[in-house]
Design a protein around this ligand. Structure first.
Ligand SMILES: Nc1ncnc2c1ncn2[C@@H]1O[C@H](COP(=O)(O)OP(=O)(O)O)[C@@H](O)[C@H]1O
Ligand SMILES: O=P(O)(O)OC[C@H](O)CO
Length: 497
């Protein structure tokens, strides 16, 4: 039996999953790694620990399942995006801790860039809003703050990479310095329409070109792992940012097909085909993964707090013992009893982008119970997703006839039903919900003949459940109107502080 191995390097854990030819996960190994919060607003990872855990789980999944490297046709990598690593090309050692996508240390620099009027240029070139989320200001920070780094970078002695680059560098024994186009599109340094580094932006951020990896397609044999790692070399045949990977893993390869991943936060992406459509609703434009050779794009919107609101019910309010329990709690009442929870604990993301919004509960009466709060929290997640979906629908200009879902909280049937109700659009949950890893496996498998073509993948992808809207359009409209009222009360809260 042969397999494709997906390496799924996420924000909190490293996973290795073997997929068989039917596209089913055969075996999984996973390790969490350390989150570092050295100052308020800072989030760091140790890039060596990322590598060690990723390598360990890849070796473990083979060892524990008595599978040899010769049975692994290819490796596909998918990763937390934007997290920035700079390392020394000679020693392979990072020059500083990796700056994680959530890190806000460069927010002031980004604010200054907006004041300087650079937003239109950045949007035009990269499809992104200027924000500390993306790599450019993080690279700039590292080159400024680590003594001698800028000079060494100019001399070509340092390498920058997102986690895909870093893992490929390590897997290949320091011979490959590449990044795939989906990851590159999150740096804020790539000309999105043409898929190359943009000299003008490199000038604005004062980033020497010598530090950058080569941009490669998401599905291609880039090279091989060293033989020592797994007993013999394995082809490295895909790299893709985790959200674009999930889009591909959900087979959303045509214009108008969209997926939403319900994890800690939510990430919704919609394929826009070969057009890098700019949003008029404050969504991001990003590169999508493709095997055809032509560039494809997606619109993206994120909700900052989704599953994390359920964690708050568990750890903060302590009204449930585990996340899945929220469903039973919510089902114990027929509705939320007029309560609305706006889970804006970390501000509001797309399409509102209000960093000063805060979590809000409105509509509490003497009859309100923890079950109403639990139900309203789930509904609050769904309302936020519906707002992003509306923005996409408006930008798309074509009907989006369904939303494919995955991620931990997509297991919640009540949440999925309410999502369909409130969007008035069917929600489809696939049999294999490991779609992030699956996307990377698909891309690696297609590059190496493990799977013949995309049509074959479309035939093996299966829906597990389809949630049809049960509320009438008018009922949904009434609920959405009340939600908008609740939102207003959450917005700009922190401003008054
Ligand atoms: N049945 C459930 N109902 C609601 N939320 C859930 C459920 N199961 C898990 N979650 C939430 O989903 C998140 C975990 O999903 P996961 O996809 O593993 O997230 P991430 O990749 O961001 O760590 C947690 O925030 C958890 O609270
Ligand atoms: O690792 P995740 O699943 O939290 O995803 C992180 C995103 O890629 C950040 O843009």
């Amino acid at each position: 039996m042969t397999f494709v191995m997906a390496l799924d390097q996420g924000t909190t854990s490293s996973r290795a999953i073997l997929f068989d030819q039917a596209g089913n996960p055969h075996a999984v190994a996973q390790q969490e790694f350390t989150q570092h919060y050295p100052q308020p607003g800072w989030v760091e990872h140790d890039a060596n620990e990322i590598w060690q855990t990723q390598c360990a789980v890849a070796q473990q999944v083979l060892r524990e399942n008595q599978i040899s490297a010769s049975q692994v046709t290819a490796i596909g990598i998918t990763n937390q995006r934007e997290t920035t690593v700079i390392w020394d090309r000679a020693t392979g050692q990072p020059i500083a801790p990796a700056i994680v996508w959530q890190d806000r240390r460069t927010a002031g620099d980004c604010q200054q860039m907006r004041v300087d009027g650079l937003q239109d240029l950045v949007l035009e070139k990269t499809g992104l809003v200027i924000d500390a989320y993306f790599c450019a200001s993080k690279i700039r920070w590292l080159l400024n703050q680590v003594p001698g780094a800028f000079e060494r970078a100019k001399k070509g002695k340092l390498a920058f990479g997102t986690i895909d680059s870093w893992l490929i560098w390590k897997l290949s024994g320091g011979t490959l310095h590449v990044t795939d186009i989906t990851n590159a599109s999150r740096t804020m340094l790539m000309d999105l329409d043409h898929g190359h580094w943009d000299d003008h932006l490199l000038g604005v951020f004062q980033i020497p070109r010598e530090i950058l990896p080569t941009i490669v397609p998401s599905s291609q044999v880039y090279g091989e792992t060293t033989a020592e790692l797994f007993g013999q070399s394995i082809k490295i045949a895909a790299a893709v940012g985790d959200q674009q990977s999930a889009l591909f893993g959900q087979n959303c390869t045509k214009h108008g097909m969209a997926k939403n991943t319900y994890g800690t936060g939510c990430f919704m992406l919609m394929n826009t085909g070969t057009e890098a459509q700019r949003s008029t609703n404050r969504l991001l434009t990003t590169a999508a993964a493709t095997v055809s050779g032509e560039h494809q794009f997606a619109l993206e919107g994120s909700v900052f707090v989704a599953g994390a609101a359920v964690q708050w019910l568990r750890d903060g309010l302590q009204i449930i013992d585990s996340a899945p329990e929220v469903e039973e709690l919510a089902r114990s009442v027929p509705d939320s009893g007029g309560v609305y929870v706006v889970p804006a604990m970390a501000g509001l993301g797309a399409p509102i982008w209000d960093a000063e919004a805060r979590g809000t509960i409105v509509g509490i009466t003497r009859g309100t119970t923890k079950a109403h709060i639990g139900r309203a929290t789930l509904e609050g997640i769904a309302f936020q997703v519906a707002d992003v979906f509306d923005a996409m629908r408006q930008d798309a200009g074509i009907p989006i006839d369904q939303l494919r879902v995955d991620g931990g909280a997509a297991a919640n049937d009540l949440l999925m039903q309410f999502q369909a109700d409130i969007m008035q659009t069917p929600v489809i949950r696939p049999v294999v919900t490991e779609t992030t890893a699956l996307g990377a496996a698909y891309l690696a498998g297609l590059a190496t003949g493990f799977w013949e073509n995309e049509a074959q993948l479309h035939s093996i992808w299966q829906a597990e459940r389809r949630f049809e809207p049960q509320l009438t359009a008018q009922q949904a409209e009434v609920r959405r109107a009340r939600w908008k009222e609740a939102l207003k009360r959450a917005m700009a809260w922190e401003k008054g502080n």
